[in-house]
Design a protein around this ligand. Sequence first.
Ligand code: G3P
Ligand code: MG
Length: 244
Amino acid sequence: MKLTAHRGVKSLAPENTLSAVRKAAELGVEWIEVDVQCTAEGVAVVFHDRVLGRCTDGSGVLSETHWEQLARLDAGSWFSDEYIGERVPAFEQLLTHVRQLGLAVNVEIKCYRETDVEALCAEIIAVVERVGLAEDHLLISSFSREALEYCLAHIPSVRRGILYESLPDNWEEDLRLKPYSIHCNHETLTKEQAAEIKAKNLELQCFTVNSPARTLQLESWGVDRIITDCPQMLMPVQESPLTA
Ligand code: G3P
Ligand code: MG
């Protein structure tokens, strides 16, 4: 089973930070997933939540916060004292780091109700073009069809993954987005749905899987890759005689 480290290795370092990216490199996990949003003035930054309180010492809505304020916040002490002083990375910083470490990244375009989807996508694309990460080291994913449509129109050569909390009956209508991969919440995916997706020759990814037994079951359903908080726990699964 192929592994992607969710928000960097979020079980070992504060999620979506440069330290979480470095943990993946230390473990030998090539792929990470991160979430990207824009600040009030349109700087693309790596952050999951709509609001700042859980993962920083700040408060308020990220998209109403300016970069200058955000860059001063502590994004590590909530996780442990070892990470006091960790910052919310600009997407460009993180992507540069990914390239320097030889990693690959699934960039989730994170859209909330007030997100200016076009502006966010345009900024992400501008950063991707500036950093020049090899296209086979990059995947763009989103729950937002609008975001994926924008990426198809403006950067069609970068692969797209469609995210589903639960696969709808009419999911094949989304094939107009020309996805490379389909990403399903493993808690709602059925064996039959996995077979349908694989019959379309699409890569099938599941999030967020943290159990070795479930990983083996999903593998038997044809799932190609899991997105996990704990790659350190699941890596032995890759070498298990059960999967040989
Ligand atoms: O990429 C899958 C996963 O990251 C989607 O959920 O909320 O962790 O961004 P979330
Ligand atoms: Mg995500």
